[in-house]
Design a protein around this ligand. Structure first.
Ligand SMILES: NC(=O)c1ccc[n+]([C@@H]2O[C@H](COP(=O)([O-])OP(=O)(O)OC[C@H]3O[C@@H](n4cnc5c(N)ncnc54)[C@H](OP(=O)(O)O)[C@@H]3O)[C@@H](O)[C@H]2O)c1
Length: 277
């Protein structure tokens, strides 16, 4: 299927851009990641989201190379884990990640969680600024940051994160985080965009899927795209990987957008950032 030219890119505040839809690979085994990533790239994906925590960076890098698509057309994100926060540990963790991926540079490096009880995310952010200055990372951002964590970075550093990757799906639309991002030039990226698949049984989504002759997952992903989110659905099945990228040939009307907004319950699949680490 030809989605290659259909995945739009979103402008970042550092002059670069990010494909609006990518493949998340949390819980994909390293041994399976290569083939999955290669197949996804062949299906038109250009953006892969991994992390040190996922222990599959080696497979992700192998899949990128096996695809034969030029490196500069691909976009890969990885993240520094909570245990590696602090300047020296972060620089070492980055060396390990880039080594496992087998790349000369990483497109986007994120602080995985603010881990506020450690109180090292500002120091960690300064390490990311060093990495960006070295050219080994093109863009730097954060994940799971609440507006108050972002305020602290703004007060104590010169660099605005390009993205904030947060849990976001129809149960948790993250209005305050999205509004803060829009005001400050920080793109909102949605993790668990399908609420780990749990939202897909909802009757409202089933009705919309029927109306648009699409699957519930495609309806949810379309809602994200129309909100302006970057979205990184995970699937370990290449059929569903393809299905999840086939979301550029239809548009939800206002009524459908409102119905999905009506599913807001505040339910999370993960921890609140102030309670993690
Ligand atoms: N920054 C963070 O703290 C953080 C936290 C969590 C996740 N993430 C990132 O976000 C990515 C996505 O989040 P996620 O993996 O938690 O959840 P998700 O993408 O919301 O959902 C994945 C689940 O939905 C199923 N699924 C996917 N497509 C489907 C479809 N078309 N129809 C039916 N079921 C479908 C998958 O099953 P199958 O695999 O069997 O298809 C899997 O169980 C992760 O992989 C990771 O890259 C980041």
């Amino acid at each position: 299927m030809g989605v290659v030219n259909e995945i739009p890119r979103i402008q970042l505040n550092d002059g670069r851009s990010i494909p609006q839809l990518g493949l998340g690979v949390y819980k994909v085994a390293d041994a399976a990641a290569g083939e999955l990533v290669q197949s996804a790239i062949e299906a038109g994906y250009r953006h892969i989201d991994t992390a040190t925590l996922y222990r599959n960076e080696r497979g992700v890098g192998a899949g990128m190379r096996a695809s034969g698509v030029p490196r500069e057309e691909l976009f890969v994100t990885t993240k520094v884990w909570n245990d590696d926060q602090g300047r020296d540990r972060t620089l070492r963790a980055f060396d390990e990640s880039i080594g496992l991926l087998g790349l000369d540079y990483i497109d986007l490096y994120l602080i995985h969680w603010p881990a506020p009880t450690q109180d090292r995310y500002v120091e960690t952010w300064h390490a990311l600024e060093e990495l960006k200055a070295s050219g080994r990372v093109r863009s730097i951002g954060v994940s799971n940051f609440e507006p108050h964590h972002l305020e602290r970075l703004a007060a104590e550093s010169e660099t605005v994160p390009v993205v904030n990757q947060v849990e976001l799906h129809p149960w948790l639309s993250q209005r305050a985080v999205r509004e803060y991002g829009a005001e400050h030039g920080i793109v909102t990226e949605a993790w668990s965009p399908l609420a780990r698949g749990r939202v897909l049984d909802d009757a409202v989504l089933a009705a919309l899927a029927e109306r648009y002759e699409r699957t519930p997952a495609q309806v949810v992903l379309r809602w994200h795209l129309q909100l302006g989110n970057v979205v990184i659905p995970k699937s370990s099945s290449i059929e569903r990987v393809r299905e999840n990228a086939d979301v550029f040939g239809f548009e939800l009307d206002d009524d459908a957008m409102q119905r999905i907004a009506g599913l807001e319950s505040g339910d999370r699949t993960g921890l609140h950032p102030d309670q993690h680490g």
